[in-house]
Design a protein around this ligand. Structure first.
Ligand code: ATP
Length: 685
């Protein structure tokens, strides 16, 4: 029989007949369809390119990956083409739908172990292939595991897949912030040393728990809390007592994947050899069990959608009853997440007065952080504030999430903090103003204060503040800093939802629709600038190149401007004044600083342009004239600075030349002296 890959799928929309909707993602709608010339049922993913927030690269990457891959456990695209402002991706129709769909419609408590065994085995095969070809999937979850009616299992959605070799220099680890919070590995959240294939193994472990329990750990919590819990709590896992229905080897498999230190996680290849997979059944077991009796995918999809709409409505009503309780939560959320107000109300209402406590959630093993041991980041503050059991305390805890996250991240080096700030679009004054308590009281612990003091400088420098602001502030987000802050640390200049249509998917269980506003262009996007030079070698450069928010597709996605692997931050000042005997070192350091300065000024230029564009946009839409003099003034100042940088560069050049000249002269004189000494010796002899 002719293989699907050998068939010629037509490249025009007219050759396809779209039937019902069978799935919906952040950026796409998926339809069952008929390929008329081939008389074959296919699935067509329709992506509205206008709504891709300028992430056409991402779309291109997804489609390219989908077309190039060739593995029975990976969903391959037959072809793709544009139709109007849409991109159509034609792919095999997976009539069983996603595991998440099946769980939601028929297995809310999760699957039995034999079913899980097959699903995990097939996903692992896909991961072995992807990893061997240099790809990280980055979004492994039940929602992306698709089933065919005959029990074939395929891993789908390469929307966020990354190629480790993207830039041609075979990077070993990436520095982007991508994934879905519940499934996201701690190192991806942290952005400490980048991450690699092992991030998929963490998500695989979370997916195993999702398949076993019917939901991912922490899935009932808002994304902010998920981040906090993933970073601070012990890794989730299967509980010896509560999860009696599962075998020891399954528990061991999950535990092996959910280790915070990525180096300690086994590879996909090794996991496939785990004893858990010794007696797994053949795929047709799926069709005889979970796929049997399922209603057609389109019907299931419709029912689920209606159910979700109902839940949202209920939550809205619930919210109205509890306005006084959840108001703070969503107000803080607005500033922190750029969420739509209505969604936030719903989200706040979803946090029940009696949420799943850690001890209740069987996938959560412990409350205390093991980050210190596992990842080497000193998170001193354990989750004690969150362990209060009564409802009031929990609510209060919920309100303090942003503070806690700030506190936790304050203990990390700057990178994760920037990444998360970029991700949340947090403006300091938002946080401080919204904070129910003073920052001073938050940081009563003296040890923590000193930790934060040491961080205040660099963070403030990063935000472009002057020395006066830097000095004497113990709090990372101090009042004085916040007081003059009308700027974001990085990323958005406007809240996304003001100008762009967004749908936020906090976790696999909840989807929130953002209102659709006309958006010609994504103003919320990056002040993105990929540094041409390698700034990773200098602190200044690193700070300058960090923090550009690329975009958010419902998942968090913070992409550092420079994706080259970053070594440990070098201390510039020490290398400049280190008294090294090597002449190259001071020159090199100065050159790096200059290079970085140029990078910063380049980035400033871009930011200024973005600001001017935005101001013009505001001017146009509000009809009020805006005074551009301040920004023009600062632009002149910048030009002066640029000129100074240029002069400095020139004088460094001449100093190096002079140094070189003196060195040559010196060695000539040394040689002469030696000759004279030798002559003298001979005369004396
Ligand atoms: N080939 C297919 N056959 C059947 N259903 C599919 C197929 N591809 C996707 N779906 C369904 O459509 C949903 C959305 O598809 P997909 O995940 O590719 O979109 P997306 O916008 O990339 O999603 P997200 O980015 O939110 O994960 C899937 O969760 C799945 O339920």
């Amino acid at each position: 029989m002719e293989k699907a890959s050998e068939r010629k799928y037509p490249l025009t929309a007219n050759d396809y007949k779209l039937y019902e909707e069978v799935g919906e993602g952040v950026s796409a709608t998926v339809y069952r369809a008929l390929c008329v010339p081939l008389n074959e049922i296919v699935a067509i993913k329709v992506l509205d390119l206008e709504k891709c927030n300028n992430d056409l690269d991402g779309v291109r990457r997804e489609v390219q990956t989908m077309i190039l891959i060739d593995h029975p456990n990976l969903l391959r695209a037959h072809c793709s083409f544009t139709a109007g402002h849409n991109l159509w991706v034609v792919m095999p129709y997976m009539a069983g739908g996603s595991c998440l769909h099946i769980i939601k419609s028929a297995y809310p408590e999760g699957f039995d172990e034999p079913v899980i065994g097959i699903l995990l085995r097939e996903v692992l095969k896909a991961l072995v292939y992807l990893h061997a070809h240099g790809h990280i999937h980055r979004d492994v979850k039940a929602g992306n595991i698709l089933l065919d009616t005959n029990g074939a299992v395929k891993l789908a959605d390469f929307g966020v897949a990354a190629c480790m070799f993207d830039t041609g220099d075979r990077q070993r680890s990436r520095n982007t912030f991508v994934g879905t919070p519940c499934w996201m590995a701690p190192e991806v959240m942290q952005q400490l040393h980048g991450y690699d294939f092992k991030a998929d193994i963490w998500s695989f472990g979370i997916t195993a728990l999702e398949l076993a329990h019917g939901h991912a750990p922490f899935s009932k919590y808002p994304p902010m809390k998920v981040l906090l819990m993933t970073l601070q709590n012990a890794p989730p896992g299967l509980d010896y007592e509560r999860d009696k229905r599962f075998s020891k080897s399954f528990k061991e498999l999950v535990a092996a994947c959910l280790v915070k230190d990525p180096k300690k996680r086994p590879s996909a290849e090794k996991l496939l050899k785990h004893s858990f997979f010794k007696n797994t059944r053949a795929n047709d077991y799926l069709s005889r069990t979970i796929l049997d009796d399922l209603s057609p995918l389109g019907e299931r999809f419709r029912t689920l959608k209606a159910k979700e709409a109902d839940i949202l409505l209920q939550n809205k009503a619930l919210y109205e009853d509890k306005e006084h309780l959840s108001q703070q939560e969503y107000i803080r959320g607005i500033s922190a997440w750029n969420f739509n107000l209505e969604d936030l109300k719903n989200q706040a209402a979803l946090i029940q007065d009696d949420p799943i406590s850690h001890s209740e959630d069987s996938s959560v093993r412990g409350e205390h952080s093991d980050m210190q041991n596992d990842v080497g980041s000193p998170v001193d503050k354990v989750f004690s504030q969150h362990s209060h059991s009564n409802a009031e305390c929990q609510l209060e805890d919920g309100l303090n999430d942003i503070d806690d996250l700030e506190d936790s991240l304050a203990a990390f080096p700057i990178k994760p903090l920037q990444a998360l700030k970029g991700c949340f679009d947090v403006c300091d004054d938002d946080i401080v103003a919204g904070s129910p308590r003073s920052r001073d009281s938050v940081h009563s612990d003296s040890e923590q204060q000193s930790q934060q003091q040491s961080l205040t400088g660099p963070v403030n420098r990063e935000a472009g503040r002057d020395d006066a602001e830097d000095s004497g502030q113990s709090s990372l987000l101090s009042h004085s800093v916040a007081a003059d802050c009308k700027k974001f640390f990085s990323g958005s200049l406007l809240q996304d939802n003001v100008l762009s249509p967004k749908k936020f998917i906090g976790d696999g269980d909840r989807e929130y629709l953002q209102p659709r506003y006309p958006a010609e262009r994504n103003y919320s996007g990056p002040l993105q600038h990929r540094q041409k030079t390698d700034f990773s070698k200098s602190i200044v450069g690193e700070e300058a190149s960090e923090g550009a928010v690329i975009e958010r597709r419902g998942r968090f996605k913070v992409t550092s401007a420079d994706q080259s692997p970053k070594g440990p931050p070098t201390n510039c000042s020490s290398s400049i004044s280190g008294g090294s005997t090597s002449q190259a070192i001071p020159t090199l350091s100065a050159a790096i600083v200059l290079q970085s300065l140029q990078g910063i000024s380049q980035q400033n230029n871009m930011q200024r342009e973005e600001i001017i564009r935005l101001m013009k946009f505001v001017e146009q839409s509000s009809g009020n004239a805006i005074d551009f003099s301040e920004i023009t003034h600062s632009s002149m100042k910048e030009q002066e600075l640029q000129a100074q940088v240029f002069q400095m560069q020139q004088s460094i050049g001449s100093l190096v030349e002079e140094l070189q000249r003196l060195k040559t002269k010196n060695s000539q004189m040394e040689r002469k002296l030696n000759l004279m000494l030798k002559k003298e010796d001979r005369i004396q002899e």
